[in-house]
Design a protein around this ligand. Structure first.
Ligand SMILES: NC(=O)c1ccc[n+]([C@@H]2O[C@H](COP(=O)([O-])OP(=O)(O)OC[C@H]3O[C@@H](n4cnc5c(N)ncnc54)[C@H](OP(=O)(O)O)[C@@H]3O)[C@@H](O)[C@H]2O)c1
Length: 334
């Protein structure tokens, strides 16, 4: 099979290699990968920032969609030709996360999916909704489920207000799922053009966070001084204090990302005074993926992004680094 791998850290160190095509053992499925999507985590993996002690060489990336090519002996759950996507943590099938389930994340603990074949566990994949292309299906395993569970953490009623940060993979899915829940959505971006694109998708109001660093005040103004019900926070240390100022008393911050650094002290008084709920999100289980796919299929929701040929794997990592994208960056395996 062909794969992109890193033998040392760095985008320019990605190398296109031939490896033996794996054979599925008992309880395993061989998937012919048709498309792969990037997540910010993959960029961190490749640059050596996610786990500097990661054993190399490693095939990066967690998110792929493709076609079942072969199955292990006696396996009846999947058949050749099934359209599938892998799940992020191969061991997290259902129920709450445990230490054991957290091991086995694709493109982190184990080799990932930036290859034309991958072997997955029989419970390590799901079918993709019929109306989606492989490129669209490949966007779902990480960012979409994180957004889905981020929204779920808010326990929202229709008419609630959600604030999203930026216009990357997680945030655009959060916009789409918030709209499905009948929520009003406020959004931040460093780009007016991206805000306009988000408005065309249903964003109710947007603000440039570079020009308006006190966006928490704006969020409060937008909600009549009450504060929003939920912030889907992708900034982390650099945004958490403002997210806490932006929520209503008793509101929720779904802590998904860590894009923005800060040396400010952890905002304990704000957590207390807002009686805030901060919910850490770490992707989700196979069951979450199935629940999300049901909603995507029912509403014929389509992921948003841009696809490139996988010969451009290095360039597309640079696009991710420059953050010029909107939604997801996808590679078509040719
Ligand atoms: N916990 C989980 O399960 C999980 C799952 C997926 C991702 N993540 C994490 O979530 C974060 C986002 O991931 P992603 O894949 O969506 O990344 P992405 O597609 O690269 O999106 C990045 C976007 O975030 C926005 N952004 C950056 N700094 C910001 C700031 N200070 N305030 C507001 N927005 C800011 C920018 O949007 P504009 O260009 O519009 O300004 C940027 O384009 C990363 O930290 C990633 O590791 C976590």
């Amino acid at each position: 099979m062909r794969a992109w791998q890193i033998s040392s850290f760095g985008i320019d160190s990605l190398e296109f290699v031939e490896r033996p095509t794996p054979t599925p053992g008992p309880g395993e499925v061989l998937v012919g990968v048709r498309a792969v999507s990037y997540n910010y985590r993959d960029l961190m993996v490749v640059k050596g920032l996610y786990n500097p002690k990661m054993k190399l060489p490693r095939i990066p990336c967690s998110d792929a969609a493709g076609e079942v090519v072969a199955v292990g002996a006696d396996l009846t759950k999947w058949r050749a030709g099934d359209r599938v996507a892998g799940i992020f943590m191969q061991n997290w099938v259902d129920g709450p996360l445990t230490a054991a389930k957290a091991r086995g994340a694709l493109g982190g603990d184990i080799d990932g999916v930036l290859a034309d074949y991958v072997v997955l566990k029989e419970d390590g994949l799901v079918g993709i909704p019929d109306h989606l292309s492989y490129q669209e299906g490949a966007t779902l395993p990480c960012a979409a489920i994180a957004a889905w569970n981020g929204l779920a953490a808010g326990e929202l009623k229709p008419g609630a207000t959600v604030l999203i940060q930026g216009t990357g993979g997680v945030s655009i899915f959060a916009l789409q799922f918030a709209r499905l829940k009948g929520a009003r959505v406020l959004g931040l971006s460093s780009s007016q053009e991206k805000l306009e694109r988000a408005k065309a998708m249903g964003l109710d109001a947007g603000l440039n966070y570079r020009d308006n660093p006190e966006w928490d005040l704006w969020a409060n103004e937008q909600t009549g001084g009450e504060g929003v019900d939920l912030v889907v926070d992708v900034g982390g240390a650099g945004t958490l204090a403002r997210s806490l100022r932006a929520i209503r008393p008793g509101g929720t911050v779904a802590q998904v990302g860590a894009l923005a650094a800060s040396t400010d002290p952890f905002p304990i008084p704000l957590i207390i005074h807002k009686t805030a709920r901060i919910r850490g999100i770490y992707v989700g289980s196979r069951k979450d993926f199935l629940d999300m796919n049901r909603a995507i299929a029912l509403t014929e929701m389509r992921p948003v992004g841009e696809a490139f040929d996988w010969s451009q794997a290095r360039e597309v990592f640079k696009f991710l680094e420059e953050a010029t994208h909107f939604g997801k960056l996808v590679l078509t395996v040719s």
